[in-house]
Design a protein around this ligand. Sequence first.
Ligand code: SDX
Length: 431
Amino acid sequence: MADAPKSATLTIGDNSYDLPIHSPTAGPDVVDIRKLYGQAGVFTYDPGFTSTASCDSTITFIDGDEGVLLHRGYPIDQLASKSHYLEVCYLLLYGNLPSAAQLEEFESLVTNHTMLHEQMQYFYRGFRRDAHPMAIMTGVVGAMSAFYHDSTDIHDAHQREVASIRLIAKMPTIAAWAYKFSIGQPFVYPRNDLDYASNFLRMCFAVPAEDYEVNPILSRAMDRIFTLHADHEQNASTSTVRLASSSGANPFACIAAGIACLWGPAHGGANQACLEMLKEIGTPDRIPEYIARAKDKEDPFRLMGFGHRVYKNFDPRATVMKQSADEVLDLLGVENNPVLAVAKELEAAALADPYFSEKKLFPNVDFYSGVILEAMGFPTSMFTPIFALSRTVGWISQWKEMIADPQNKIGRPRQLYQGETTRDYVDIENR
Ligand code: SDX
């Protein structure tokens, strides 16, 4: 006989309420509280959503205690070593690894949509030269809804597919042009004879004055960084995209909202903040000073690139990123990189300190990525745009899943109100 459906009983005063429990294919059970307010007249309370599942999903699974990250069931370390970014994009978007023919068709589709509408370049000229590239990306991606009207109807499956391909294909061009604009160099157009990562590197680093040959070491490292950042369950920026999409907003506006959220130093902005922190530390002998600051409750300083809301053992992406940092810097002949030396000493010192081990704080995906990106020639201001470029496929995959979910409705959390109760207006002469 099938197991009886599980439920939880909540007792409030003299009343008890049965709440259904749903079991996943992996991870914790969930207590379904959707009817609680209607039955018991109470809200649940979970600032930061530390114990709240916001949706059903089949895309990415994370086990924070075991350091597991699966994309459609495939472990991230296998994808990072055996696959490549556009194949991972296909996997995230469509649920399974593609056949050779399916992959060829998908890569051709993406390759042939990398150019922007020619007029979009004029948006860049509206920014100051010293604008942060994330400000430019937020603006230009949002502006795509003013150009690509034929892929904004979220109820049309074909338009959703067109918008998905356009965003994945054009994000490297948008990010590279934000970089070129910030350094006063001319925009470099994408080329159809280059793979995704090589195209991005060429658009960033080529100049009209000379030929540019993509270093295969750099393009492989770039592709791996894209893969390691592709999706990550219901993180802050993905939840932003889902919440924005729940109102029926068009995909370009929703992805622009995700970019804005990712920019924060507690989230995707941590890779820039981490490298700036490593450079501020400068030499291993100053590490104890910064460890002490990170532990001091009176000091707002935190170790950037350390800690994670979900991973409480290790971040499997950081493990791959650390290996890649060693390989790339060695192959580039900068294995004696002082910043990498500080990063490794800082990691060892922090992990040996009870404060960090007790609070389960250790390097996350952002700790080593900046070291690689700087060695590849990127300024710190381009680190988060590269994260946004990589995560676009994750945002889009989660967006498509949500739109197709029959349970999809506008997201509208409630609150624990702590303000004034009703009081009458007092005329100014009587105050
Ligand atoms: C990303 O969600 C995702 O999946 C995100 C991401 C993705 O792929 O989308 O993985 C990408 O955002 C990675 C995280 C990048 N951020 C940073 O590296 C910034 C530094 N880290 C912290 O800001 C923090 O660890 C968070 C934001 C990452 C996690 O914060 P939580 O889960 O809310 O944890 P918390 O702030 O409640 O911290 C718990 C304790 C606190 O001390 P107590 O109040 O218990 O005494 O640990 C301390 C914190 O003060 N703490 C740190 C610390 N991180 C947490 N102390 C020093 N240095 C740190 N980095």
